[in-house]
Write a protein that binds this ligand. Structure first.
Ligand code: FAD
Length: 336
């Protein structure tokens, strides 16, 4: 295969570029490298147990989690930058029903592989857990910014980075589109059912909060390397701008206040649009009518968990002809 072109170097484009580099191929990458993108503002939490009102295992987590940890650890080693932290998640039960539901799930083989400790009612390291909770040890925080910067530096050393938008041309190579949510407007890909969703986060200082775990209740409170916390996030399907809103700030501080009673100092407030899929599955594959164009997108709310496995799968498909899983292959959406 000739050296491919990757359009967009957020988390998706970075993971794909990384997989090509692992195979000795240097892709050419285009991205304007804006400071506020989905990948740049994400807290980077990998959480295998999801659901606000009903706990459930994240789709395919048993297969995706080991692949994600393996990839990010390897990147950290080879790029020589800190990328992965593995604190547990304190999942707070909002209601007694949730605690009962967890008890019912506990014996099932779906979750038997997860390392989880029960947290009794009361307080846990100063955090209110009136209906108890669990400590999920199979969790992680990935610094997506460090992934992007690390891969960019590696590509830059080969002169393979163009720090501006791709506008076509020079396409005697395969072009792989990783443009994030704006794919929904791209004439080549607008038949794929993207459902972009805006999210907002606050970076805050809470001097009294223990930074040994990620807290997930009504919102997530994520310890950041600088000693601050990132609180997130909100969901808005109508306003697809990158403008932070007063209502989201208020909602996040209200949710945080239910768990933490100390002063919260807001340092930063940002918004971006997630490239989410209506099917809640990523978009992977080659265009049915334009075989020189492929796509890797739709990482949605879980880029850290989902991205590494399918970036690997797409590169194996392009280089070795290995199959793409049917439930993520974009061929399923093609009708004409
Ligand atoms: C508030 C918020 C919180 C989140 N929290 C988490 C979390 O805790 N854990 C988790 O796993 N995920 C989280 N996510 C989701 C995560 O951010 C995404 O799954 C992932 O980062 C998407 O990566 P991407 O590369 O597909 O898209 P993007 O990050 O949007 O990157 C796309 C890139 O393509 C570039 N681009 C677009 N068009 C062109 C063009 N024509 N030429 C060149 N470049 C182009 C853009 O500039 C951009 O850099 C969160 C998202 C948000 C918004």
């Amino acid at each position: 295969m000739m050296s491919p072109i990757i359009v967009g170097q957020g988390l998706a484009g970075s993971l794909l570029a990384w997989e090509f580099l692992q195979r000795g191929i240097i892709p050419t990458v285009y991205d304007p490298y804006a400071s506020t993108t989905s990948s740049r503002i994400a807290a980077g939490v990998i959480n295998p147990l999801i659901g606000k009102r009903k706990l459930q295992l994240s789709w395919n987590a048993e297969r995706l989690l080991p692949a994600a940890l393996h990839t990010f650890r390897r990147m950290e080693d080879e790029l020589g930058v800190p990328i992965l932290r593995t604190p547990p998640i304190l999942r707070i039960f909002a209601t007694p029903e949730l605690r009962e539901q967890w008890k019912g799930m506990q014996g099932g083989k779906d979750v038997s592989w997860l390392r989880v400790d029960d947290v009794p009612d009361g307080t846990y390291h100063g955090i209110d857990v009136p209906h108890g909770g669990i400590l999920v040890h199979d969790a992680a925080i990935v610094d997506f910014g460090a992934v992007i910067d690390g891969v960019r530096a590696r590509l830059h050393a080969h002169g393979a980075v163009h720090a501006h938008r791709y506008s076509g041309g020079a396409a005697h190579a395969t072009v792989i589109w990783c443009e994030g949510w704006t794919m929904a407007q791209h004439p080549l890909w607008n038949w794929i059912p993207m459902e972009p969703v805006k999210g907002e986060v606050l970076d805050v200082r809470i001097s009294t909060l223990d930074a040994q775990q990620i807290v997930v209740g009504e919102c997530a409170i994520v310890p950041m390397p600088e000693g601050t916390f990132r609180i997130g996030s909100t969901y808005d399907w109508d306003d697809l701008t990158e403008l932070p809103t007063a209502s989201a700030r208020e909602a996040l501080l209200y949710q945080c206040g239910k768990v933490v009673h100390d002063a919260v100092e807001v340092l930063d407030h940002r918004a971006a649009v997630r490239p989410a899929a209506r099917s809640k599955r990523p978009f992977v594959g080659v265009h049915p009518e334009h075989p020189d164009h492929a796509v890797f997108n739709g990482l949605g709310t879980k880029g850290g968990l989902v991205g590494p496995f399918y970036a690997h799968q797409l590169v194996r498909h392009l280089l070795d002809g290995a199959p793409i899983d049917e439930d993520v292959d974009i061929q399923q959406w093609w009708t004409s």
